[in-house]
Design a protein around this ligand. Sequence first.
Ligand SMILES: [Zn+2]
Length: 149
Amino acid sequence: MVHIEIKCNRNNFLRNIGSVIVLKFKKGDMLLLLIILIAGVSYFGLKFLYRDTVEKTAVISVNGKEYDRINLDKLTDEKTIHIDLGHGKYIHIIANSEGVHVSDVVCPDRICVKTGIINRVGESIVCLPNRVQIFIEGSEIPEVDSVSQ
Ligand SMILES: [Zn+2]
């Protein structure tokens, strides 16, 4: 009888300690969860804001003159741009949801093809021998401008 009582008390004691530990652990967990949640929300919030206010445009220029502009955000299908550079030379550019790249070119170094896909603001592909440049420009959406005016 006595032995059972002691055992019972000990179990209660352990259970109490256990619940205190669980409670503390849960508090710490919740704080950590809250921090992760806040960080996550602000990260995606900033990403969303950035996406909403900046438009990406691929600007293609030949001989220093603007040849074409492709709004990458409004691009639904793949767009191909074939530029005849004269004397049998040409450059073939593909723009799609992944970005912009030179798929084919008559070019001695072919660095433009080797550059691969560009899709971030500020990135560029340069074909020096043909004097062709593709540059990704970031611009604010006009709606934002009208609000600030
Ligand atoms: Zn090239």
